[in-house]
Each structure stands twice: as C-alpha cells, then as structure tokens.
Design a protein around this ligand. Structure first.
Ligand SMILES: Cc1cc2nc3c(=O)[nH]c(=O)nc-3n(C[C@H](O)[C@H](O)[C@H](O)COP(=O)(O)OP(=O)(O)OC[C@H]3O[C@@H](n4cnc5c(N)ncnc54)[C@H](O)[C@@H]3O)c2cc1C
Length: 334
C-alpha cells in the first residue's frame, strides 16, 4: 500500500519591493534556495543608491562613493566580484579639507568600487533574477493569506505572493505598510534619514586638486572626487560633489537652480573650477544613521519582511548583509 504523506504548504512565492543592493541580495539568496521570487522596482535602472549616471561621453557615480567590506559574509561576496572583475579596490589617497587646509585622511579599511560602474555588482546579482522594472508599488493589502500589490503603472497585479519584502528606505517602507503592519511605525522611528544634494561637474580640461577625492569638513560640501580617478572609468573629466548632510536636508525642497550655484562656488573656493556643464540630483533619502541595528525585521506568520541599509549600518555593506540575513531567516523557517 502506498504511503500518502500530507502535503506541507510552503510559502514559496516572494515579492520583493526595491532592486537596490538589499533587495537583490535577498532575492539572490532566496532564489538559490529554490523559492520563486519576483522583484519590483520603480525605476528603469537597478542598484538604487549604488548608482551611476551615464550621459553622452561621460559617466559619474552620483550615489555611493565607494564601499568597505568588514563582515566575512560580505567579504566572500566581494571576493566573487573581484574575481569576476565586477569590483576593484580604489586606492587613490583620500584627503581632508578642514580649517582651510588640506591633509591626508587617516588610514582606513580598503575601499572598493563597482567596475566599470558602481552599478556593476547589482547588475551581476540581478542577472538570474525575475525583475520587473518601472513597477512602482503604491499600495499593499492582504487577502486570504496572500498579498495584493497595486502599482502606479499597471494597477492591481494578478500575482498574489505569500511573502512581501520591503527593501526600500525607511520613509518609503512606512508609507507602504503603516496601514497593514503595526510594527513599522516603531521601526521607522529608530531610523534617521537625511537627504543629499549631489552635483556632477563636467570639464573640457583636467582639474588638478591636491587630492583626487576628499572629505570636506567645512562649508556646504562634504565630499569631492574625480570620477575618472576610479578604476576603469572612461570618458570626460567629471567631478562629483556632495552637499553637507544637514545643509542638504535643510533645503531638500529647494529649487535645484538655486542649489547649483552655491555648490559650484563652494567647489571653486577650495581650488576647483567652474564646470563647462553640470547635472544636479536630489537624494531625498540618501543616508540612514541607524542607532538601532536589528539587521532586518520580519513576521514569519504573516509573511512580511523589511531589509535595507537603514536596519543595518546605513551603508552598502549593511544593505547587502541585511537582505542576506533576512533571506536566511526565511529559508530556515520553511
Ligand atoms: C550620495 C550618497 C553617497 C553615499 N556614499 C556611500 C559610501 O561612500 N559608502 C557606502 O557604503 N554607502 C554610501 N551610500 C549609501 C549606500 O548607497 C546605501 O547604503 C545602499 O546603496 C542602500 O541600499 P538599499 O538596497 O538598502 O537601498 P536603495 O539602494 O535605496 O534601494 C531601494 C530601491 O527601492 C526602490 N523603490 C523605492 N520605493 C519603491 C516602490 N514604491 N516601488 C518599487 N521600488 C521602489 C528604489 O528605486 C531603489 O532602487 C551613499 C548614498 C548616497 C545617496
């Protein structure tokens, strides 16, 4: 007589909202474990804040400047990227401008960048995944043990996953889930998120400064770097400059045309020049400074989870680790 085993219902359909490094690292681990994962991303591109702007004859990393790798799990991932030429160490000496003087920055952990673009590691993770770009999730509801996803571009999706994972910055997670998940308000309250005005300055000539990358500790700028100084960058001479975080946050809703001249003047004041062309970008949620670092949050019973830099250190490495740790918890609970 054949033995009939009861079928164990597995929650295996997972929707991940956000194709930044956290969402992609989570999707990658879940997919490898045999779960059926779809990633929904509002932009046309991937990688979130680990981004590169490309124009006619120029490119510029206008989000994350570089990343470090301190945790063994992320070091293993980095070793794969290094072997495959998707990342490289960036060993340019980095300066500090303070009290109107330049000095070298203190030695730090090695710094890495994606190659040839900052987006390359994310694109590599994304290759085997089922990603739906230009899908902005506007609302999430729960019905009959499944999740319903509403999008700005395609209305209510027919797809009804068992799990929904929000891999988006804290304020965007709050906006999406406060009506369905009481845990999100307290979680969001722990995260301090600040904006950053960023400019990409293009030149017809090489700009010589004491350092090709520097932290600026006075005035309205916080960082300047020659994008061409990074490994494998090609194209025109481009410098990226970041507004200081409190200054950026205080004028996050200002007209970019009033911000740009102030940032260019600050760049000239430390030895730079006026650019031939420029682009400006407002990062509304650039950085998180999470005092509380639970790594991720999830409700295994209802099938809802959160990952992202705001839950784990506020940086590229933390974003990857957060997504990875959430995936491992879901896999272990199956
Ligand atoms: C200017 C700047 C400089 C930085 N410098 C550094 C640095 O030097 N070193 C470092 O380690 N880190 C740095 N960071 C931080 C680093 O970029 C982030 O920590 C990391 O990239 C966050 O990844 P994430 O996946 O958590 O979030 P994100 O990269 O923000 O990914 C979230 C994704 O969700 C998408 N999304 C949001 N809402 C929705 C929605 N409703 N529907 C669908 N998709 C949605 C977004 O488009 C985005 O792609 C910097 C960031 C900025 C902006």
């Amino acid at each position: 007589m054949a033995l009939i085993l009861p079928r164990i219902e597995e929650k295996s359909q997972v929707a991940i909202i956000g194709a930044g490094l956290a969402g992609l690292s989570c999707a990658s681990a879940l997919t490898k474990a045999g779960m059926q994962v779809k990633v929904f991303e509002k932009s046309r591109g991937l990688a979130g804040r680990m981004s590169t702007r490309k124009g006619d004859g120029w490119q510029c990393d206008h989000g994350a400047r570089y990343f470090t790798a301190r945790d063994p799990a992320f070091q293993n991932q980095l070793a794969i990227w290094l072997r495959q030429g998707i990342a490289a160490q960036w060993d340019t000496p980095i300066g500090v401008y303070e009290n109107q003087a330049w000095q070298s920055s203190k030695p730090s952990d090695p710094r890495y960048v994606g190659t040839p673009w900052m987006t390359s590691p994310a694109q590599h993770l994304a290759k085997p995944l089922d990603i739906h770009q230009s899908h902005t999730i506007t609302q999430i509801n729960r019905a009959q043990q499944q999740w319903l996803l509403h999008t700005a571009e395609h209305g209510l999706l027919e797809y009804k996953p068992d799990w929904v994972i929000l891999a988006v910055p804290a304020p965007q997670a709050l906006a999406l889930s406060q009506a369905i998940d009481p845990a999100i308000a307290a979680l969001h309250g722990q995260a301090k998120t600040e904006g950053c005005w960023t400019m990409m300055l293009r030149f017809n000539e090489e700009i010589i400064m004491p350092f090709e990358a520097a932290f600026i500790n006075e005035g309205i700028l916080s960082w300047v770097a020659r994008n061409n100084a990074k490994p494998q960058r090609t194209g025109e001479e481009v410098w990226v400059i970041h507004g200081q975080s409190q200054w950026s946050q205080d004028q996050i809703d200002a007209d970019p045309q009033t911000i740009a001249p102030q940032m260019i003047a600050a760049f000239i004041a430390i030895g730079g020049k006026a650019p031939a062309e420029y682009s400006i970008h407002r990062w509304r949620y650039a950085s998180s400074d999470p005092a509380y670092q639970p790594r991720f949050h999830c409700d295994l019973e209802r099938g809802i989870g959160y990952c992202g830099d705001w839950l784990h250190g506020g940086r590229v490495e933390g974003a990857w680790l957060s997504g990875h740790a959430l995936a491992n918890t879901i896999i272990a609970a199956r």
